[in-house]
Design a binder for this molecule. Structure first.
Ligand code: PFF
Length: 445
């Protein structure tokens, strides 16, 4: 069987496409707002550099050396206890679980693209009513757009690495960057731009606590798409001799750049036209449309383009969330790509319906346990438990279990003097950090 491989640029675009997602544009700005702006941004940058970047290289290495689906890669590379280590590959399941709510959120974005064409709310209160009505009372709109998102993602994934995933990223990533660059340039001409700069880069240490550290590490992980086999699966399709470190650098750089550009742009608009930063998860769906309203007709245009960019970011991440399990069934069970893509798609589509229902009045009571809806549970279990476990397993696997001569052969020439610090971070710093993050997010400490 001829295996389709990414081109060099194709790989970087696809991996960056995976990394740049709702996490960058929707989540990063509001958590930065919550945890003290500049001080949080600083901690986040340090964690991306020291923990995120190390694991990113480690995850790429497992895929690159294993060259197969995540489960098989762990199995082939383990120097002992192969049968046991193979379970490390089941971190790929996290991607499919994340899709259960990720696809629903992409559905909301589709809906906002359509409605922003003709209408924007004239106040934050109205924007809030619109959003909460959709969330709690409008099952069919959410169902319709979630289904659309499922169909699109499944179609792309069924076309394969080259004809589907690489192609999608080739068009959508540059388009996304262009839209953001255009809106960012406009933001720099507004008076409030300097306020946004101060907010994002001037540290307010009074808001920094241990929770900010945990959130920063957790987010560094989520935003770089680590710990769920996405980067690993993509790396299995790298050509021989590819430079992992260089690719990892570009992915981390683009991901961070886009988060910061998006943050600066959103805060400028919110300072200039709206209610200022720190608005929680509703920032993009509530405060922002109301700020766009103040801009007049330009606001409609901006809103439509903004939500298109957000949808693009979400879609390029989605294909990477589904692909690991799709590849698993192809490699281990000999399924056709069509059958595998469709089955994984139907899985997240089906459970996504329950995620929607778990926010709908009248149904949510049956789908809420311990004060959390099914939607929130999926988010929580993946981010707080599965992801850190995935990271922990990879750090230990590359730091101790893969024959170290292999690790050295590939990574040392690429990292140079940084090889030793990298290995140190993988062996000692990352596992501890992952463990602390997990315990803290689970509320144990
Ligand atoms: N990195 C994506 C984001 O920031 O939204 C989310 C994500 C995609 C996480 C793919 C994990 C993954 F495998």
């Amino acid at each position: 069987m001829k295996i389709a491989r990414f081109s060099r640029l194709g790989f970087i675009l696809a991996a960056a496409g995976s990394a740049v997602g709702l996490g960058n544009i929707w989540k990063f700005p509001y958590i930065a707002g919550e945890y003290g702006g500049g001080a949080f941004v600083l901690i986040y940058l340090v964690t991306v550099l020291f923990i995120g970047f190390s694991i990113l290289i480690a995850e790429m290495l497992i895929g690159y050396l294993g060259r197969r689906d995540t489960v098989s890669s762990f199995e082939v590379l383990a120097s002992k206890n192969k049968k046991l280590w193979r379970f490390g590959g089941f971190q790929a399941l996290a991607g499919l679980f994340i899709m259960i709510f990720y696809s629903v959120v992409i559905g909301w974005i589709f809906n906002y693209i359509v409605t922003s064409l003709t209408y924007l709310p004239s106040s934050v209160e109205e924007a809030e009513t619109i959003f909460t009505t959709m969330l709690h009372a409008d099952f069919w709109t959410q169902f319709f757009y979630h289904t659309l998102s499922f169909l699109f993602i499944t179609y792309v994934v069924h076309k394969g690495i080259k004809g589907g995933i690489e192609k999608l990223n080739f068009y959508l990533m540059p388009a996304l960057m262009l839209i953001l660059a255009g809106m960012f340039l406009y933001a720099t001409t507004l008076g409030a731009f300097s306020k946004a700069i101060t907010f994002m880069f001037e540290p307010d240490y009074s808001k920094v606590n241990s929770e900010a550290f945990v959130v920063a590490v957790g987010h560094a992980f989520f935003t770089l798409s680590l710990g769920m086999g996405a980067i690993m699966t993509y790396s299995a399709s790298l050509e021989k001799g590819a430079n992992l470190v260089k690719s990892a650098f570009w992915v981390a750089f683009l991901d961070t750049l886009i988060a910061i550009v998006a943050g600066l742009m959103l805060f400028t608009f919110l300072y200039q036209y709206g209610s200022g930063p720190a608005q929680g998860p509703g920032l993009v769906f509530i405060s922002l449309p109301a700020a766009f309203y103040e801009m007049g007709i330009l606001g409609n245009i901006f809103a439509v383009f903004f939500f298109i960019a957000l949808a693009f970011a979400g879609l390029t991440s989605s294909v990477s969330l589904v692909e690991p399990m799709v590849q698993y069934f192809i490699d281990r069970f000999g399924w056709s790509r069509m059958r595998s893509s469709l089955s994984m798609g139907v899985f997240f589509w089906f459970f996504g319906i329950f995620a929607i229902l778990s926010n709908i009045d009248g149904a949510k009571e049956m789908l809420t346990w311990g004060g959390k809806s099914f939607f929130d549970w999926v988010d929580y279990v993946t981010a707080a438990i599965m992801l850190p476990i995935g990271g922990l397993i990879m750090a230990v696997f590359v730091g101790y279990i893969i024959p170290q001569s292999e690790v050295e052969r590939v990574v040392k020439p690429q990292l140079g003097w940084a090889y030793k610090p990298w290995l140190f971070s993988l062996r000692y710093i990352t596992p501890v950090a992952m463990f602390v993050v997990m315990l803290s997010l689970m509320g144990v400490i």
